[in-house]
Design a protein around this ligand. Structure first.
Ligand code: ZN
Length: 84
């Protein structure tokens, strides 16, 4: 196993770690809709890239109607009709 010959000074260590940080992504404007997108990437809002439409993007997606399924409910025992 490789073992470091000398201990790194705090200055050397901190200079190395000085470059470790999160950078903001470079964004360009979409040619069609003008929204910020990553360069060399199809626009996720309109599907356009270099003046051509590559994706058919549905602008408004309607939510599917929530169908409530009736849960199996236990009927109370006293509701049974007595045959008179
Ligand atoms: Zn776009």
């Amino acid at each position: 196993m490789a073992v470091p010959k000398r201990r790194l000074s705090t200055s050397k260590r901190d200079r190395r770690r000085g470059n470790i940080y999160i950078k903001a992504p470079t964004l360009v404007k979409c040619q069609k809709c003008g929204k910020p997108v990553l360069p060399h990437t199809i626009c996720g809002f309109c599907g356009n890239y270099k003046g051509r439409d590559y994706l058919s993007v549905v602008s408004k997606v309607e939510k599917p109607a929530i169908v409530k399924t009736p849960k199996a409910t236990k009927k109370p025992k006293d509701t049974k009709k007595k045959a008179a």
